[in-house]
Design a protein around this ligand. Structure first.
Ligand code: ATP
Ligand code: MG
Length: 754
């Protein structure tokens, strides 16, 4: 039982108190995930619980896989039978088994966000509405929000509150769109992501026998990253555990970063009410990070008002200070990150996999990527336009999906004229509308196409039907790999790609081959029981951003958004793009609560680092197709300055300073700024920028002098302290009355000389 001896006292409690409800809300790196992992091992090994009776819900499939591997090390291959995965993947599996009770076939399709958006687009168009008002994105968010609060379209339409909101938002047709969207999904035998949770709730609400069955099966329920569950997810877990009460949830309110997607931090409070016998366990020791990192993180999160009080400390060594790197441009930032990685690897023989570069938005990866590529450093981007979002992959996937489910409207639209068969969009609309208006399955329209369309097009459709019938047989009788190879070949897709001899064409051809390889791997995997095409499609549909982990054995630097990095840890972490408007994100900031969510995101980023942490920012960056002037993020100033040192060795514009020393005056300046900033924080609302004077017109500032007074449209009035000329880049250091000192590039700064 030596794995238990590695636990501290409260962790041990968390592991062995298996019966009854318990909750651990504790800081980052304190071993929450580890407690869940060991708890499962303990249940199997000591309590002799059948793995089949254990349900563990994780944030990504990858996290589940890692947990499973660790458990396997203790209990052996028995761990394979655990029910473990994301909410979506576990409940998709249950829905497959129970689909008929909800009026769905078990081969239902899972619509991804693109499918959902294009369906919404179609509906908006059919209703003759303006898609600038009813933007697919916005409409989908609204629908998703409703579903995650378990508001059905029927309730939505009948409740004047929603109608009122929508009228106020100038979107009075929302209810009607929501309804049609749901009916169209249902007709297409498709569930979107939110349906997987919504329908599970419906299933458990309306079919007590089914609920009972799963209550008995899942004798032990566990949830990691509990702070990010939404209402819909919470209700499912609560129902499942309500009989045995054997439920353990772990999380950290300071790491709640999905409120914008409906995660509900109140679940923590509800949990205490719903499970009154709750045992609350506190973990305070951080095992992950150096002291400097832990303290820096604490200093940041302390600024949030809406946080539960927690102590986090570590017995680890003090470690290095956080290195702050300033760059002129996003490209230079990329180069600095690449050199820092290169140097570190050379100095202490770290591996690529010891490094992660974290950013606020996916688009920031480009500059980093280019620099790493030029330095010959192997990297991998998680999320973004992933493999499965490429056109050629989506095309083949649509064929595979359609062979499984000929009611899938989105896949149908994608492949009906691909490769070209002479079936135009008008004919496609006629087909879809016919199915809808006559209320018959799409497939029935297709198989009786001569009643709906004129001869020439009908013939083409008939050929398509024959092809799909043939694919269907293959999908029903062969394993996923054989079926997919058959379909790739006979659909004409491969041939078309093969004929394209351009570099991109070749690439696309290889991508399709790569997809087939992935399917082969799936079929060959000992962990996979169901080797059918349907099982593979479900697997792919439920991948999360952090999951695309195909070349596990390779050594690469990880590039990902902070959101995707949750729960992970790396020896060396770069947080890049620490600039106002980018992080905290301008788009997310409309209230203090939003700023606090951005700050929690910053906290998550900091706490991913074990040994070394780097902050970087650029003074200019291409955003939205324009070169923009940037200011360092307020978050940099919020970190207790005694844990930061400014590394100027990457910049050639400033005097070189020793690695271990702050430039003179740095700390006190920062401290002053920090205090001023905190005062501002408590006294003023965030983002109270200066309002430019009525006569504000940018002056010609090419000859700006030291000592001159200026007005900046955002930062207000200030005085030029210093002009710096360095090649083409003329910079002014301006001390603003309300915003402190800022460095502005004259080529971009908008200033009025007062
Ligand atoms: P997060 O909030 O980021 O999800 P967490 O609380 O889940 O963090 P873990 O990932 O479980 O923390 O643990 C952080 C690190 O500390 C891991 O590398 C883990 O192996 C290690 N660790 C946790 N507890 C102990 C312990 N008692 N002894 C040694 N190492 C530990
Ligand atoms: Mg964790």
């Amino acid at each position: 039982m030596d794995y238990l001896s590695t636990l501290n006292e409260p962790q041990y409690e968390g592991v062995v108190n298996t019966d009854g409800p318990s909750m651990i809300i504790a800081g980052a790196g304190s071993g929450k995930t580890r407690v869940l992992t060991f708890r499962i091992a303990y249940l199997i090994q000591e309590k002799k619980v059948d793995p089949f009776n254990i349900l563990a819900l994780t944030f990504t499939n990858k996290a589940a896989k890692e947990m499973r591997e660790r458990i396997e090390q203790v209990v052996g291959s028995n761990a394979r039978n655990l029910w473990m995965g994301t909410f979506h993947s576990v409940f998709a599996r249950i829905l497959r088994a129970e689909a008929e009770k909800l009026g769905y076939p078990s081969n239902f399709t899972i619509y991804d966000a693109d499918d959902s958006k294009s369906l919404i687009k179609t509906i908006v168009k059919e209703y003759g509405l303006d898609d600038k008002v009813y933007k697919p994105n916005v409409v989908l968010n609204r629908i998703s929000g409703a579903k995650n609060r378990l508001v059905s379209w029927q309730e939505y339409i009948n409740n004047p509150i929603y109608a009122g909101d929508d009228a106020a938002a100038q979107k009075p047709e929302m209810g009607r769109i929501y309804k049609t969207y749901c009916l169209r999904c249902f007709k297409a035998n498709a569930m979107d992501f939110d349906d997987l949770l919504f329908n599970t709730n419906v299933l458990f609400r309306d079919h007590i026998d089914v609920l009972n069955k799963y209550q008995q099966r899942f004798k032990y329920v566990m949830v990691d990253e509990f702070q990010d569950t939404n209402v819909s997810q919470y209700l499912i877990t609560k129902k499942l555990a309500s009989v045995t009460q054997n439920i353990a949830v772990v999380g950290d309110d300071a790491q709640s970063i999905y409120a914008f997607r409906g995660a509900n931090i109140e679940n923590i409070l509800n949990f205490e009410k719903d499970f009154p016998d709750l045992k609350v366990i506190k973990l305070e020791q951080n095992y992950r990070s150096s002291q400097n990192i832990v303290k820096a993180a604490n200093s940041v999160i302390a600024l949030n008002k809406g946080q539960l009080q927690k102590t986090v400390w570590t017995a680890n060594g003090e470690g290095n200070k956080i290195e702050l790197i300033k760059a002129i441009s996003d490209n230079e930032e990329g180069r600095f990150v690449a050199s820092a990685i290169f140097e570190k690897k050379a100095s202490d023989s770290s591996k690529n996999s010891d490094f992660a570069v974290l950013y606020r938005t996916n688009s920031q990866s480009r500059a980093i990527e280019e620099a790493l590529r030029k330095s010959g450093i192997n990297y991998k981007i998680f999320g973004g336009l992933s493999f499965y979002q490429r056109k050629e992959i989506k095309d083949l996937m649509a064929y595979l999906r359609y062979a499984m489910n000929p009611e899938d409207e989105q896949s149908f639209r994608r492949i009906i004229n691909l490769p070209k068969r002479g079936i135009g969009t008008t004919s496609v609309e006629k087909i879809v509308v016919a199915a809808f208006e006559h209320d018959i399955p799409l497939w029935e329209v297709l198989t009786n196409i001569n009643s709906f369309l004129p001869g020439r097009v009908a013939n083409a459709v008939n050929e398509f039907v024959t092809l799909i019938k043939n694919f269907k047989i293959s999908a029903d009788t062969k394993d996923a790999y054989e079926a997919a190879s058959h379909i790739a070949k006979n659909s004409g897709l491969l041939k078309e790609l093969y004929a394209d001899k351009t570099v991109e064409g070749l690439n696309r051809y290889e991508n399709v081959q790569e997809l087939l390889n992935a399917i082969k791997e799936f079929v060959d995997s000992p962990d996979v029981e169901d080797k059918g095409l349907g099982a593979f499609l479900q697997d792919v549909a439920l991948l999360t951003d952090t999951d695309n982990d195909k070349d596990e054995n390779q050594d690469y630097v990880s590039l990902m958004t902070i959101h995707s990095s949750k729960g992970l840890e790396f020896n060396n972490v770069f947080i890049v793009g620490l600039e106002e408007d980018l992080f905290p994100s301008q788009m997310m900031l409309s209230s203090r609560a939003d700023l606090e969510e951005e700050r929690r995101l910053f906290y998550v980023a900091i706490t991913r680092a074990k040994k070394n942490l780097y902050f970087s920012y650029a003074l200019s960056r291409y955003r939205f197709g324009r070169l923009m002037n940037c200011e360092p993020s307020r978050f940099i100033e919020e970190v207790d300055p005694s844990f930061i040192f400014v590394n100027t060795r990457y910049g050639s514009r400033e005097p070189k300073l020793g690695r271990s020393e702050n430039p003179p005056g740095f700390s006190s300046n920062y401290a002053k700024n920090l205090i001023a900033n905190r005062k501002q924080q408590t006294q003023k609302k965030p983002l109270q920028y200066h309002k430019p004077s009525a006569n504000f017109r940018p002056s010609d500032i090419s000859e700006l002098q030291e000592g001159q007074k200026v007005e900046h449209p955002k930062f207000g009035f200030g005085k030029v302290r210093k002009i710096d000329v360095n090649g083409a880049n003329k910079k002014a250091q301006v001390v603003f009355e309300d915003f402190g000192e800022k460095t502005l590039l004259l080529a971009f700064a908008k200033l009025r000389i007062v």
